[in-house]
Design a protein around this ligand. Structure first.
Ligand SMILES: *[C@@H]1O[C@H](CO)[C@@H](O)[C@H](O)[C@H]1NC(C)=O
Length: 350
Protein backbone atom coordinates (compact mmCIF):
# COMPACT_ATOMS: atom_id res chain seq x y z
CA UNK A 1 0.00 0.00 0.00
CA UNK A 2 1.32 3.38 -0.90
CA UNK A 3 1.66 6.17 1.58
CA UNK A 4 -1.14 7.95 -0.20
CA UNK A 5 -3.55 5.12 0.53
CA UNK A 6 -2.62 5.13 4.16
CA UNK A 7 -3.11 8.85 4.59
CA UNK A 8 -6.34 9.15 2.69
CA UNK A 9 -8.73 7.58 5.22
CA UNK A 10 -7.00 9.40 8.07
CA UNK A 11 -7.53 12.73 6.35
CA UNK A 12 -11.18 11.94 5.69
CA UNK A 13 -11.61 11.04 9.34
CA UNK A 14 -9.89 14.18 10.52
CA UNK A 15 -11.99 16.38 8.27
CA UNK A 16 -15.28 14.77 9.18
CA UNK A 17 -14.53 15.03 12.89
CA UNK A 18 -13.61 18.69 12.58
CA UNK A 19 -16.66 19.54 10.53
CA UNK A 20 -19.09 17.73 12.81
CA UNK A 21 -17.59 19.52 15.82
CA UNK A 22 -17.92 22.83 14.01
CA UNK A 23 -21.54 22.07 13.17
CA UNK A 24 -22.30 21.26 16.82
CA UNK A 25 -20.67 24.44 18.05
CA UNK A 26 -22.49 26.47 15.41
CA UNK A 27 -25.84 24.97 16.41
CA UNK A 28 -25.21 25.71 20.05
CA UNK A 29 -24.30 29.34 19.50
CA UNK A 30 -27.26 29.84 17.19
CA UNK A 31 -29.63 28.32 19.72
CA UNK A 32 -28.33 30.17 22.75
CA UNK A 33 -26.88 33.56 21.83
CA UNK A 34 -27.43 33.71 18.07
CA UNK A 35 -23.77 34.54 18.03
CA UNK A 36 -20.34 33.05 17.49
CA UNK A 37 -17.16 33.60 19.46
CA UNK A 38 -13.98 34.93 17.88
CA UNK A 39 -10.74 36.53 19.02
CA UNK A 40 -9.50 38.96 16.38
CA UNK A 41 -5.94 40.22 16.27
CA UNK A 42 -5.76 43.96 15.63
CA UNK A 43 -3.03 46.58 15.46
CA UNK A 44 -2.31 47.90 18.96
CA UNK A 45 -4.05 51.02 20.22
CA UNK A 46 -2.12 54.23 19.76
CA UNK A 47 -2.72 55.76 23.18
CA UNK A 48 -2.32 52.77 25.43
CA UNK A 49 1.15 51.64 24.40
CA UNK A 50 2.87 53.33 27.34
CA UNK A 51 0.37 51.94 29.82
CA UNK A 52 -0.07 48.46 28.45
CA UNK A 53 -0.07 45.89 31.22
CA UNK A 54 -2.19 43.25 29.51
CA UNK A 55 -3.30 41.76 32.75
CA UNK A 56 0.07 40.76 34.16
CA UNK A 57 -0.17 41.02 37.93
CA UNK A 58 3.64 40.93 38.33
CA UNK A 59 4.02 44.57 37.37
CA UNK A 60 0.72 45.90 38.73
CA UNK A 61 0.97 47.63 42.09
CA UNK A 62 -2.63 48.77 42.43
CA UNK A 63 -3.03 50.10 45.98
CA UNK A 64 -5.60 51.87 48.13
CA UNK A 65 -4.58 55.37 49.25
CA UNK A 66 -7.21 55.84 51.99
CA UNK A 67 -9.57 58.21 50.16
CA UNK A 68 -13.32 57.75 49.57
CA UNK A 69 -15.04 55.67 46.87
CA UNK A 70 -18.61 56.22 45.65
CA UNK A 71 -20.29 53.87 48.11
CA UNK A 72 -23.65 55.58 48.69
CA UNK A 73 -26.55 54.22 46.65
CA UNK A 74 -27.50 55.14 44.11
CA UNK A 75 -24.65 56.87 42.31
CA UNK A 76 -26.34 59.91 40.73
CA UNK A 77 -25.22 60.90 37.26
CA UNK A 78 -25.79 64.50 36.18
CA UNK A 79 -25.53 64.35 32.43
CA UNK A 80 -24.47 67.34 30.33
CA UNK A 81 -24.97 67.03 26.56
CA UNK A 82 -22.60 69.63 25.15
CA UNK A 83 -23.15 70.56 21.50
CA UNK A 84 -25.39 68.82 19.00
CA UNK A 85 -26.84 65.45 19.98
CA UNK A 86 -29.59 63.50 18.22
CA UNK A 87 -32.38 61.84 20.18
CA UNK A 88 -31.18 58.39 19.08
CA UNK A 89 -27.58 59.10 20.16
CA UNK A 90 -28.78 60.22 23.59
CA UNK A 91 -30.98 57.15 23.89
CA UNK A 92 -28.08 54.80 23.09
CA UNK A 93 -25.84 56.30 25.77
CA UNK A 94 -28.66 56.45 28.33
CA UNK A 95 -29.54 52.82 27.61
CA UNK A 96 -25.95 51.91 28.43
CA UNK A 97 -25.85 53.88 31.70
CA UNK A 98 -29.25 52.49 32.71
CA UNK A 99 -27.95 48.95 32.09
CA UNK A 100 -25.35 49.23 34.88
CA UNK A 101 -27.72 48.72 37.83
CA UNK A 102 -28.91 45.18 38.60
CA UNK A 103 -32.11 44.46 36.71
CA UNK A 104 -35.39 43.79 38.51
CA UNK A 105 -36.18 41.04 35.99
CA UNK A 106 -34.19 37.84 36.66
CA UNK A 107 -31.97 36.71 33.78
CA UNK A 108 -32.82 39.75 31.70
CA UNK A 109 -30.76 41.16 30.13
CA UNK A 110 -29.14 37.75 29.59
CA UNK A 111 -25.60 37.04 30.74
CA UNK A 112 -23.02 38.40 30.01
CA UNK A 113 -24.61 41.69 31.03
CA UNK A 114 -23.48 45.26 31.71
CA UNK A 115 -24.53 44.91 35.37
CA UNK A 116 -22.33 41.80 35.64
CA UNK A 117 -19.50 43.92 34.26
CA UNK A 118 -20.05 46.57 36.99
CA UNK A 119 -19.82 43.82 39.66
CA UNK A 120 -16.03 43.99 39.27
CA UNK A 121 -16.14 47.73 40.04
CA UNK A 122 -18.27 47.11 43.14
CA UNK A 123 -15.56 44.82 44.57
CA UNK A 124 -13.60 47.95 45.51
CA UNK A 125 -14.09 49.25 49.05
CA UNK A 126 -13.03 52.22 51.15
CA UNK A 127 -11.27 52.05 54.53
CA UNK A 128 -14.61 51.43 56.31
CA UNK A 129 -15.19 48.36 54.10
CA UNK A 130 -18.02 50.02 52.14
CA UNK A 131 -18.21 48.79 48.53
CA UNK A 132 -18.72 50.94 45.44
CA UNK A 133 -22.49 51.10 44.86
CA UNK A 134 -24.11 48.54 42.55
CA UNK A 135 -26.72 51.06 41.39
CA UNK A 136 -26.17 53.97 39.02
CA UNK A 137 -28.99 56.28 37.92
CA UNK A 138 -29.26 59.28 35.63
CA UNK A 139 -30.45 61.84 38.16
CA UNK A 140 -30.77 64.81 35.82
CA UNK A 141 -29.85 65.97 32.31
CA UNK A 142 -28.92 69.31 30.81
CA UNK A 143 -28.51 70.09 27.11
CA UNK A 144 -25.96 72.79 26.32
CA UNK A 145 -27.02 73.16 22.68
CA UNK A 146 -25.71 76.73 22.49
CA UNK A 147 -22.07 75.68 23.07
CA UNK A 148 -21.93 77.99 26.13
CA UNK A 149 -18.13 77.91 26.25
CA UNK A 150 -17.41 77.59 22.54
CA UNK A 151 -16.62 74.66 20.27
CA UNK A 152 -13.14 74.21 21.76
CA UNK A 153 -12.91 73.32 25.45
CA UNK A 154 -9.86 73.22 27.70
CA UNK A 155 -9.51 71.19 30.87
CA UNK A 156 -10.47 74.31 32.80
CA UNK A 157 -13.38 75.40 30.61
CA UNK A 158 -14.88 71.92 31.03
CA UNK A 159 -15.27 72.94 34.67
CA UNK A 160 -16.98 76.17 33.60
CA UNK A 161 -19.45 74.09 31.58
CA UNK A 162 -20.27 72.21 34.80
CA UNK A 163 -20.61 75.47 36.72
CA UNK A 164 -23.04 76.74 34.06
CA UNK A 165 -25.08 73.52 34.25
CA UNK A 166 -25.16 73.50 38.05
CA UNK A 167 -26.67 76.99 37.91
CA UNK A 168 -28.86 76.68 34.82
CA UNK A 169 -30.27 73.17 35.04
CA UNK A 170 -30.20 73.53 38.05
CA UNK A 171 -28.17 70.55 39.18
CA UNK A 172 -27.95 69.95 42.92
CA UNK A 173 -24.52 70.09 44.52
CA UNK A 174 -24.14 66.36 45.17
CA UNK A 175 -20.81 65.78 46.93
CA UNK A 176 -21.80 62.44 48.36
CA UNK A 177 -22.58 60.32 45.32
CA UNK A 178 -22.78 62.60 42.31
CA UNK A 179 -20.91 62.20 39.02
CA UNK A 180 -21.07 65.20 36.68
CA UNK A 181 -20.70 63.68 33.23
CA UNK A 182 -19.97 65.97 30.26
CA UNK A 183 -20.30 64.48 26.79
CA UNK A 184 -19.17 66.58 23.84
CA UNK A 185 -20.51 66.11 20.31
CA UNK A 186 -18.35 65.19 17.30
CA UNK A 187 -17.75 68.84 16.32
CA UNK A 188 -16.30 69.91 19.67
CA UNK A 189 -12.53 69.82 20.14
CA UNK A 190 -11.10 69.42 23.62
CA UNK A 191 -7.58 70.00 24.95
CA UNK A 192 -5.54 66.78 24.58
CA UNK A 193 -8.48 64.96 22.91
CA UNK A 194 -7.19 62.42 20.36
CA UNK A 195 -3.54 63.20 21.14
CA UNK A 196 -3.29 62.15 24.78
CA UNK A 197 -6.78 61.23 25.98
CA UNK A 198 -10.20 59.97 24.84
CA UNK A 199 -11.81 61.00 28.13
CA UNK A 200 -10.77 61.96 31.64
CA UNK A 201 -12.12 62.30 35.13
CA UNK A 202 -11.14 64.64 37.93
CA UNK A 203 -12.86 66.90 40.45
CA UNK A 204 -13.87 70.53 40.13
CA UNK A 205 -12.07 73.30 41.96
CA UNK A 206 -14.01 75.43 44.44
CA UNK A 207 -12.53 78.53 42.74
CA UNK A 208 -14.09 77.50 39.41
CA UNK A 209 -17.36 75.82 40.35
CA UNK A 210 -17.77 76.76 44.01
CA UNK A 211 -17.52 73.13 45.07
CA UNK A 212 -15.36 70.02 44.79
CA UNK A 213 -17.39 67.73 42.54
CA UNK A 214 -16.15 64.57 40.79
CA UNK A 215 -16.67 64.84 37.04
CA UNK A 216 -15.81 63.05 33.84
CA UNK A 217 -15.61 64.17 30.24
CA UNK A 218 -15.81 61.98 27.14
CA UNK A 219 -15.89 63.19 23.53
CA UNK A 220 -17.44 61.69 20.40
CA UNK A 221 -14.32 60.86 18.37
CA UNK A 222 -16.28 59.67 15.28
CA UNK A 223 -15.21 62.57 13.04
CA UNK A 224 -11.93 63.52 14.76
CA UNK A 225 -9.96 60.37 15.61
CA UNK A 226 -11.97 57.13 15.56
CA UNK A 227 -8.77 55.09 15.07
CA UNK A 228 -7.52 56.49 18.37
CA UNK A 229 -10.65 56.67 20.54
CA UNK A 230 -13.18 54.35 18.86
CA UNK A 231 -10.88 51.33 18.82
CA UNK A 232 -11.54 48.52 17.85
CA UNK A 233 -14.27 49.84 15.51
CA UNK A 234 -11.58 51.82 13.72
CA UNK A 235 -7.94 50.76 13.79
CA UNK A 236 -4.71 52.77 13.54
CA UNK A 237 -3.31 53.59 10.15
CA UNK A 238 -6.58 54.12 8.34
CA UNK A 239 -8.56 57.33 8.60
CA UNK A 240 -12.27 57.80 8.52
CA UNK A 241 -13.60 55.14 10.82
CA UNK A 242 -12.80 51.64 9.70
CA UNK A 243 -9.89 50.21 7.83
CA UNK A 244 -9.00 46.56 7.28
CA UNK A 245 -9.40 44.51 10.41
CA UNK A 246 -11.71 46.90 12.23
CA UNK A 247 -14.80 45.39 13.80
CA UNK A 248 -18.44 46.26 13.12
CA UNK A 249 -19.83 48.32 16.04
CA UNK A 250 -22.80 46.76 17.90
CA UNK A 251 -25.08 49.78 17.43
CA UNK A 252 -23.87 50.80 13.98
CA UNK A 253 -22.16 54.03 15.10
CA UNK A 254 -18.35 53.95 15.27
CA UNK A 255 -18.08 57.18 17.28
CA UNK A 256 -20.86 56.38 19.76
CA UNK A 257 -20.07 52.69 20.23
CA UNK A 258 -16.43 53.63 20.83
CA UNK A 259 -17.49 56.33 23.25
CA UNK A 260 -19.49 53.87 25.35
CA UNK A 261 -16.39 51.87 26.31
CA UNK A 262 -14.63 55.12 27.26
CA UNK A 263 -17.65 56.21 29.34
CA UNK A 264 -17.56 52.81 31.06
CA UNK A 265 -13.81 53.19 31.68
CA UNK A 266 -14.20 56.66 33.21
CA UNK A 267 -17.24 55.74 35.35
CA UNK A 268 -15.36 52.73 36.76
CA UNK A 269 -12.28 54.80 37.55
CA UNK A 270 -14.18 57.76 38.94
CA UNK A 271 -16.26 55.53 41.26
CA UNK A 272 -13.14 53.88 42.71
CA UNK A 273 -10.98 57.03 42.73
CA UNK A 274 -13.33 60.07 42.80
CA UNK A 275 -10.90 62.46 44.47
CA UNK A 276 -7.83 60.76 42.98
CA UNK A 277 -6.73 59.57 46.43
CA UNK A 278 -8.25 56.08 46.60
CA UNK A 279 -7.49 53.24 44.12
CA UNK A 280 -4.61 53.64 41.67
CA UNK A 281 -1.30 52.08 40.73
CA UNK A 282 2.04 53.81 40.38
CA UNK A 283 3.86 56.26 42.59
CA UNK A 284 2.76 59.44 40.83
CA UNK A 285 -0.69 60.73 41.89
CA UNK A 286 -0.60 63.31 39.08
CA UNK A 287 -0.50 60.46 36.53
CA UNK A 288 -2.29 57.62 38.28
CA UNK A 289 -2.80 54.29 36.54
CA UNK A 290 -6.35 53.32 37.42
CA UNK A 291 -8.54 50.22 37.20
CA UNK A 292 -9.60 50.93 33.60
CA UNK A 293 -6.12 51.86 32.36
CA UNK A 294 -4.82 48.47 33.46
CA UNK A 295 -7.13 46.64 31.04
CA UNK A 296 -7.37 48.99 28.07
CA UNK A 297 -7.85 47.13 24.79
CA UNK A 298 -8.94 43.89 26.52
CA UNK A 299 -12.49 42.70 25.85
CA UNK A 300 -12.39 38.98 26.54
CA UNK A 301 -10.53 35.83 27.49
CA UNK A 302 -7.27 35.28 25.63
CA UNK A 303 -6.58 38.97 25.00
CA UNK A 304 -3.09 40.49 24.88
CA UNK A 305 -0.27 40.56 22.38
CA UNK A 306 -2.48 42.23 19.79
CA UNK A 307 -5.53 40.09 20.50
CA UNK A 308 -8.56 41.83 22.01
CA UNK A 309 -9.86 38.61 23.57
CA UNK A 310 -12.78 36.32 22.86
CA UNK A 311 -15.85 38.41 21.97
CA UNK A 312 -19.14 37.70 20.20
CA UNK A 313 -20.31 38.39 16.68
CA UNK A 314 -24.02 38.25 15.89
CA UNK A 315 -25.64 37.10 12.66
CA UNK A 316 -25.31 40.60 11.19
CA UNK A 317 -21.57 40.63 11.91
CA UNK A 318 -21.82 43.13 14.76
CA UNK A 319 -19.25 42.72 17.50
CA UNK A 320 -20.10 42.87 21.20
CA UNK A 321 -19.18 41.38 24.56
CA UNK A 322 -22.16 42.18 26.79
CA UNK A 323 -25.92 42.66 26.80
CA UNK A 324 -27.81 45.68 28.07
CA UNK A 325 -31.38 46.83 28.59
CA UNK A 326 -33.92 46.79 25.74
CA UNK A 327 -32.01 44.09 23.87
CA UNK A 328 -29.01 46.38 23.36
CA UNK A 329 -25.53 44.98 22.81
CA UNK A 330 -22.36 46.74 23.89
CA UNK A 331 -18.62 46.29 23.54
CA UNK A 332 -16.92 47.40 26.74
CA UNK A 333 -13.33 46.93 27.89
CA UNK A 334 -12.56 44.80 30.93
CA UNK A 335 -11.68 46.16 34.40
CA UNK A 336 -8.95 45.16 36.86
CA UNK A 337 -10.36 42.92 39.60
CA UNK A 338 -8.91 43.40 43.10
CA UNK A 339 -9.98 39.83 43.94
CA UNK A 340 -8.60 38.00 40.88
CA UNK A 341 -5.63 40.39 40.54
CA UNK A 342 -6.28 40.30 36.81
CA UNK A 343 -8.50 41.94 34.22
CA UNK A 344 -12.05 40.63 34.45
CA UNK A 345 -15.30 40.84 32.53
CA UNK A 346 -18.70 39.12 32.40
CA UNK A 347 -17.90 37.30 29.14
CA UNK A 348 -14.89 35.45 30.61
CA UNK A 349 -14.87 31.88 29.33
CA UNK A 350 -13.42 30.25 32.47
C1 LIG B 1 -17.40 44.08 48.57
O1 LIG B 1 -16.02 43.95 48.34
C2 LIG B 1 -15.42 42.79 48.89
C3 LIG B 1 -13.93 42.90 48.70
O2 LIG B 1 -13.59 43.00 47.35
C4 LIG B 1 -16.03 41.55 48.23
O3 LIG B 1 -15.49 40.39 48.79
C5 LIG B 1 -17.54 41.59 48.38
O4 LIG B 1 -18.10 40.54 47.64
C6 LIG B 1 -18.10 42.91 47.89
N1 LIG B 1 -19.52 42.99 48.13
C7 LIG B 1 -20.39 43.33 47.19
C8 LIG B 1 -21.81 43.41 47.63
O5 LIG B 1 -20.03 43.59 46.05
Amino acid sequence: MSLHHLLFPILILAFSTASSLAATAEDQTLNTHQAEFFNPKLPPRILSSSKKFEGSSDIVDLRYHMGPVLSSSPINIYLIWYGRWSVSQKLLIKDFINSISPSATPSFPPSPSVSDWWKTVSLYTDQTGANVSRTVVIAKEHSDTGYSHGSHLTRLSVQQVIATAVEAAPFPVDHRNGIYLILTSHDVTVEDFCRAVCGFHYFTFPSMVGHTLPYAWIGNSGKQCPEVCAYPFAVPGYMGGGGPGSLAPPNGDVGLDGMISVIAHELAELSTNPLVNAWYAGEDPTAPTEIGDLCEGLYGTGGGGGYIGQVMRDQKGKTYNMNGNKGRKFMVQWIWSPVLKACAGPNALD
